[in-house]
Design a protein around this ligand. Structure first.
Ligand code: IVH
Length: 686
């Protein structure tokens, strides 16, 4: 090894600085001002050059380098941090009268002093505090319980509207507080992708933002288009005599010049009528914003007055939040449709007379199940109360009984499946009905096929819903095993139709080749995913993994009784019974036999490569050049080693990849655990 390789040659640090400055500038213009100053190609080239230089000279890489925007650091748990200044909450109210009381109380307390208020949006996201020292972001912490929060710095660095380094004049040491939001459009696209991948969609942008900040792998967080809306600058006492910082609005204005994204919707108001106007305006206009808000925050603008007004037990007396009521309308129920899911579950859906609510036209809303309809006592032709709160999806919250017609009859629930005619079943204690005809009911059959090919299952991505539907209609594929008998000639020339009946282009030679190749490739998918792909009720990704690890192969799993199944971690009694029933159904036994014959993996591959690492426990952290993290863990096990999630006295090695968190290193050093690189690991096992 060249001993001098890490001493930068002339101009390297200058180049790093120049690249950083350029990329920061392009990022700023792109994310703050929607302006592209360079092509994507040029931008990527610069970023790659910087990444390469940082890899070559790690000692020159700043934790706030723009390369950190793509994430990479992995946190198993989040360090708990005590806030230097507690993150207070605000008194809040739904009543405008209480806002009037707040205003007159404040005026009385301040006597003759001249002052004003600021009115701004109350962002509906996740509150975080960002600490900046000497213009560099040093820490990002969630609000937590107000006193202690989670250190989410590596995830925060991936949010493009959080400046990593400040520009212009800034206080030397302060905290920027604000809300992380997930803009509606990005959130919807993200949720659609989740559904396509077979993941549960998030109920609203706030939950998705919160889940994103707690992702262990910051590169995953980087893919979500979160935004930071700054709403507060927390300065240590007597921190600055910058005149811009004497008012709240001045602070936010100044923050903008430092590189923060500060929303322009803030207004200085002098009296209650101006405050009311602002509230009324945004109560209607909020749906036209690109992100969710749930109210308006009113603050005394002059910072010097905050101390005079003081605090109550939990919140400052110089600010208050007005919360918007959920919007509600009533609209007639025109009819009810009954949808059949993959597992046969029936979901009733109300078809409503279209009505405008919170920025969109609502035409349909779920009626959940038969219990819901019974409890609400929904009658034919009823006017239903539809509400849109923080959630994007409208909810039915009640009935406008004043508008009920005399003698209106209770809604008749269906007794037979709307798709196949089979008599529905409602198991004891279950709120919903389901169609038992799993083999003859088209949406169930196609639903199972869709699940089987989905990304987290067999990942046959060249087969989308329309093609599966067509293959089913042509009688080519009825169950998942049929996929493995498909011939290229059967596919070429097949046409499909989209949801409005428009004919789509027929499958060409190349398309058919791709489908056959993807099906072939799926035979390499590991056992645990095959198990998940089968779509046994309540056996999700995690459950399938646990079952695969426990039983090792399908024969052992099929032979297990309910008790043994329920002994597996994460498998409850009910799921155990479903698994047992599944494997005691003759048609499933035949199906599995055919899948085995097709060559799918039906056991965990424990290809023992060696026993070099027998008795050694590893903790794996960071990003690797030759393996994904899962691959390197599997490799350790294949060499007889054990992998553990956290460092303890029992750990022998910390296998450190790129961008490993400093905490892990510290802990390993403290406990005297050997830290080895990927290359050192490879030489151990080779
Ligand atoms: S000011 C001491 N301004 O609402 C003042 N809070 O209880 C601290 N929030 O969880 C808060 N938008 O995260 C302020 N424009 C805004 C806000 C805002 C949303 C959140 C905040 C806190 C809650 C207030």
């Amino acid at each position: 090894m060249d001993l001098f390789s890490n001493i930068p040659s002339d101009g390297v640090s200058e180049r790093i600085e120049e690249l950083t400055r350029l990329i920061d500038k392009y990022n700023y213009e792109y994310y703050m001002n929607d302006r592209s100053l360079v092509s994507d190609y040029e931008f990527d080239k610069l970023l790659r050059e910087l990444t390469d230089l940082e890899r070559q000279y790690p000692e020159l890489a700043s934790p706030n380098s723009p390369t950190k925007r793509v994430g990479g650091e992995v946190n198993k748990t989040f360090r708990q941090v005590t806030h230097r200044f507690p993150m207070l909450s605000l008194g809040n109210t739904y009543s405008i009268e209480e806002i009037e009381e707040f205003e007159s109380r404040t005026r009385k307390l301040l006597g003759d002093t001249l002052f004003s208020y600021t009115c701004e949006l109350k962002y509906d996201g996740v509150a975080i505090g960002l600490t900046y020292r000497h213009g560099e972001l040093v820490q990002a912490v969630t609000r937590g319980n107000g006193a202690v929060g989670d250190d989410i710095t590596s995830n925060a660095r991936t949010i493009k509207t959080i400046p990593l380094r400040l520009t212009g004049n800034y206080p030397d040491d302060f905290e920027a507080r604000g809300e992380v939001v997930f803009p509606f459009n990005d959130f919807e696209a993200f949720n659609r992708q989740r559904e396509a991948d077979g993941d549960e969609p998030f109920a609203n942008p706030r939950n998705a933002a919160s889940g994103s900040l707690k992702l262990q792998d910051s590169s995953e967080c980087a893919k979500r288009k979160l935004q930071f809306c700054m709403y507060f600058m927390m300065l240590p006492p007597n921190a600055a005599d910058d005149p811009r910082l004497a008012t709240h609005s001045g602070r936010l204005e100044a923050a903008r010049t430092m590189g923060f994204k500060v929303q322009p919707y803030i207004k200085e108001c002098c009296d209650i009528s101006e405050i009311r106007q602002f509230i009324d305006y945004w109560d209607n206009e909020r749906w036209n914003l690109p992100f969710a808000i749930d109210g308006i925050v009113i603050k005394v603008n002059q910072v010097a007055l905050w101390d005079r007004l003081g605090l109550t037990a939990k919140s400052p007396r110089w600010a208050i939040a007005y919360k918007f009521k959920a919007q509600q309308v009533s609209t007639p129920l025109e009819s009810i449709s009954f949808q059949v899911g993959r597992t046969g579950i029936i979901t009733p859906v109300a078809n409503l007379k279209p009505v405008w609510l919170g920025g969109t036209t609502v035409k349909r809303a779920t009626l959940v199940n038969a219990d819901f309809i019974e409890k609400m006592d929904i009658r034919e032709g009823d006017w239903l109360l539809v509400e849109k709160g923080g959630e994007i999806i409208p909810k039915i919250v009640g009935i406008d009984t004043d508008k009920r017609a005399a003698g209106a009859r209770p809604v008749q629930y269906i007794t037979n499946c709307p798709e196949c005619g089979a008599r529905l079943i409602r198991a004891d204690g279950e709120a919903g009905h389901y169609c038992p005809n799993s083999d003859g009911c088209p949406p169930q059959i196609v639903g199972r096929l869709e699940h089987f090919v989905s990304r987290k299952a067999m990942n046959i991505d060249s087969l989308g819903s329309e093609r599966l539907e067509m293959l089913y209609q042509k009688g080519l594929v009825v169950n998942v095993a049929d996929l493995y008998s498909l011939k290229r000639e059967q596919l070429v020339g097949l046409e499909s139709y989209d949801e409005v009946g428009q004919r789509r282009a027929a499958i060409q030679d190349k398309g058919a080749d791709n489908i056959i190749a993807a099906i072939e490739k799926s035979k390499d998918v590991p056992f645990e995913r095959v198990l998940f792909a089968l779509g046994i009720r309540y056996v999700g990704e995690v459950g399938a993994k646990k079952l695969a690890r426990y039983f090792k192969n399908i024969d052992a799993l099929m032979a297990a009784d309910v008790e043994e199944l329920a002994a597996v971690e994460d498998i409850g009694e009910k799921t155990a019974q479903f698994i047992y029933d599944y494997f005691h159904d003759e048609k499933h036994l035949q199906l599995i036999q055919r899948l085995k014959e097709a060559g799918l993996k039906m056991s965990v591959v424990e290809s023992q490569l060696s026993s070099t690492l027998a008795g050694k426990t590893f903790v794996v952290s960071g990003v690797f050049a030759n393996f994904s993290r899962e691959e390197i863990k599997a490799n350790i096990e294949q060499h007889g080693g054990k992998v553990s999630g956290s460092i303890s006295g029992k750990t022998d090695y910390l296998l450190a990849g790129d961008k490993m968190g400093p905490e892990k290193r510290k802990k390993a050093e403290k406990l005297g655990v050997a830290i080895i690189s990927e290359d050192e690991y490879l030489s151990m096992v080779q």
